[in-house]
Design a protein around this ligand. Structure first.
Ligand code: IPE
Ligand code: IPE
Ligand code: MG
Length: 234
């Protein structure tokens, strides 16, 4: 069976561009094209949830110019793809902090989330200004306030309540996390949610990732033996 929820750390745009003697922006542009292709392939493979790591909490530490380029690309993407989301029955959700994004992007995200809310095709989740630690921190704040209000003892806190206060509330945990560009790390992606995810690290940079590599990775997943701490019957 293909995974129900695939999450992708789209990494290596900068190196792809550098290898070609191009500015980093060219890598990010090529990355957006890949993203569109992979969304289509995900729909065709009947995978229900696709989460894409587009901008991390720590990516704000990059040069201002690159951040501007990335935000402009994002805005163009959201504006251009809006109709497609509706036509292709995609339900969009954005996870991450909203307060550091520009007003136009925040409004566009809200609009797209509302307009696609009734769609029941692919659930596309974009992680934007997302950090796993920030996700957990904000859950703790919500839970704390809720418990104080209800005068509830903190010892009664359940794992389920934690899950329900994460930014991914209602979204199943990722079955498979793919990272491109040959880096073997999680870079503050879905920390809590990835407790039992399978990983696939692909050596090519994100702009070189394509449908056939993707399908191969999805097929490999079928051979994974997920034991969740138990033992196999024999
Ligand atoms: C991924 O590519 C895109 C973002 C993090 C926004 P990078 O920009 O990280 O590319 P490399 O890792 O520097 O090659
Ligand atoms: C992770 O890539 C974030 C995204 C793909 C959006 P980075 O390029 O920011 O990660 P590090 O800095 O190499 O760990
Ligand atoms: Mg990178």
């Amino acid at each position: 069976m293909y995974p129900d929820h695939v999450a992708i750390i789209m990494d290596g745009n900068g190196r792809w561009a550098k290898n070609k003697g191009l500015p980093r922006l060219a890598g990010h542009k090529a990355g957006v094209e890949r993203l569109k292709e992979i969304v289509e392939a995900t729909i065709n493979c009947n995978v229900s949830f696709l989460t894409l790591y587009a901008f991390s909490s720590e990516n704000w530490n990059r040069p201002k110019l690159e951040i501007n380029d990335l935000m402009n690309l994002l805005e163009t993407f959201l504006n251009k793809e809006a109709k497609k989301f509706l036509k292709e029955n995609i339900r969009l959700r954005v996870i991450g902090r909203r307060d550091r994004l520009n007003r136009r992007i925040i409004d566009k995200i809200k609009e797209l989330e509302i307009n696609s809310d009734k769609n029941d095709g692919l659930n596309l989740i974009i992680a934007l200004d997302y950090g796993g630690r920030e996700d957990i921190r904000s859950a703790i704040i919500n839970i704390y306030n809720d418990f104080i209000r209800k005068n509830k003892a903190i010892e009664r806190l359940t794992l389920e309540e934690i899950e329900n206060n994460l930014m991914t509330k209602g979204i199943p945990n990722p079955d498979l996390i793919i990272r491109t560009s040959g880096e073997y790390r999680i870079s503050n992606f879905l920390l809590w949610q990835s407790a039992y995810s399978e990983y696939e690290f692909v050596s090519c940079n994100w702009p070189d990732f394509n449908t056939s590599i993707y399908i191969e990775v999805l097929k490999n997943f079928e051979n994974r033996d997920r034991r969740y701490g138990q033992i196999n019957e024999y």
